[in-house]
Design a protein around this ligand. Structure first.
Ligand code: NAD
Length: 413
């Protein structure tokens, strides 16, 4: 079976799905590895390094014709057009936010396997958890970017020219990225506070060195699968108001809050920004075209508010560390691929909880339970009616001749 790696098509994407180090493991499992020429350029991985590891360096057309195509992001229209029925594509396909892409892949007869749908709480899925590996990178880089943009020191410094007090950093959202941002800001010497709407994250935040802020106006908001649920309008307004006072006391705010499949919640309002001191920095990891965690953030851009607060829209941080991000992603995608391969062939089994989690399209249809239209109800098998006396109609009801009476299980249709 041919497993191929294509050069990522998204503008600015520098990661690659497989690094040379991962090629040997796939070959040992009986797989042929094809790599599009130049696929590793953005991560400083040369064609020669892939060839030395045992991969064949091929054209884009040949790579797109592989039995299993590995990517980091999503295939673009041209890539889908070049694919044929029976192929599989594995990547961070974002099916919940892009159901149209899934319909398109299903129509093309391509099996879509999405790493971002891994059931993350399954212990055996840990090595495949690309959301966590990439969030770790993003959290680290967010803290480094914040330190770079801040016009003062992060650590306490005592010098002959004076003493610098440590920066006060607030991390909003303490999932995987938030915890890494806390740890990194701490290692740089900042004094770090943190908040999350899931109070169970308090001990985790404290274990990496933050003081956890507990809001009195919003209760716990844990949702399914260890994620947060979306807040109601009233909860959101109360949270924003109470957070504003905390935000004003900090020099740097790093926001990482996400709710799966929804636009990121707004945590830092215009009023909160106005109350921050000039020279403060916000790094918004939730920045998106629909809006981010901080008012006025623009993905990929830095804006400065009228009162001198630098707001960095940091949407795609893993791609800014392409070597580390690709190496970690390659381990995740290889672990998943090897889980799906038996005797050198892809053997899919949706009875397996892990596989049912990641397989989104198959045999020309969208099959994932989070996206597939509900299956039509099976018509009841025609069986002879049991020889039971018909129940007496209840007082006050009448049963017309030929009309079935209600059964204990519901109406017989
Ligand atoms: P995420 O990227 O979906 O969200 C980041 C954080 O934002 C979350 O902690 C969330 O609670 C928080 N958030 C959402 N709305 C908020 C709001 N209005 N205000 C404040 N905070 C808000 O989360 P993630 O990093 O992908 O991780 C989600 C959870 O899954 C975490 O508990 C993580 O530890 C867990 N997880 C578990 C495993 C495992 O069991 N092996 C693996 C990976 C992740």
């Amino acid at each position: 079976m041919k497993v191929s790696v294509v050069k990522e098509a998204a503008p600015g994407e520098r990661r690659v799905a497989l690094v040379p180090e991962a090629v040997g493991k796939l070959r040992a499992a009986g797989l042929d590895v094809l790599v599009e020429s130049g696929a590793g350029d953005g991560a400083w991985l040369t064609d020669d390094s892939y060839a030395e590891a045992g991969a064949s360096v091929v054209s884009r057309g040949e790579a797109l014709a592989g039995d299993v195509v590995l990517m980091v992001g999503k295939p673009d229209e041209a890539a889908i057009g070049a694919m044929h029925p029976g192929q599989a594509v594995i990547g961070l396909l974002g099916p919940l936010t892009d159901p149209e892409l899934m319909a398109r892949l299903a129509a093309a007869g391509v099996t879509a396997i999405s790493l971002d749908m891994i059931p993350r709480t399954l212990p055996r899925a840990q090595p495949m958890d690309a959301l966590s590996s990439q969030a770790n990178i993003a959290g680290y880089k967010a803290a480094v970017i914040a330190a770079g943009a801040f016009g003062r020191f992060f650590p306490l410094l005592i010098t002959a020219a004076g003493t610098a007090r440590p920066a006060r950093v607030l991390v909003l959202g303490t999932g995987v990225a938030g915890l890494q941002a806390i740890g990194t800001a701490r290692r740089l010497g900042a004094v770090v506070s943190a908040y999350d709407v899931r109070p169970e994250t308090k001990t985790e935040a404290e274990s990496v060195g933050a003081t956890f802020i507990e809001l009195t106006s919003v209760g716990p908001a844990g949702g399914e699968g260890g994620y947060a649920r979306a807040l109601t309008d009233e909860e959101r307004a109360a949270q924003q108001d109470e957070l504003a006072a905390h935000i004003a006391r900090h020099d740097v705010v790093i926001t990482t809050a996400q709710v799966p499949g929804r636009r990121p919640p707004l945590l830092v309002t215009d009023d909160a920004i106005k109350a921050m001191a000039a020279g403060s920095v916000i790094v918004d990891m939730g920045a998106s075209t629909l809006g981010g965690n901080a008012a006025g953030s623009v993905p990929g851009e830095t804006v400065v508010s009228e009162n001198g607060v630098t707001i960095i829209g940091a949407g795609a941080l893993p791609s800014t560390m392409p070597a580390a991000a690709s190496a970690m992603y390659a381990r995740n995608v290889s672990a998943l691929l090897l889980h799906l391969v038996k005797d050198g062939q892809l053997m899919l089994d949706t009875e397996d909880e892990l596989q049912a989690g990641v397989i989104v399209t198959r045999d020309g249809a969208v099959v994932h339970r989070a996206l597939a239209p509900p299956a039509p109800e099976e018509p009841a098998p025609e069986e002879p009616a049991p020889e039971e006396p018909e129940p007496e109609p209840e007082a006050g009801t009448t049963v017309e001749p030929g009309e079935p009476a209600a059964s204990a299980e519901g109406n017989l249709q």
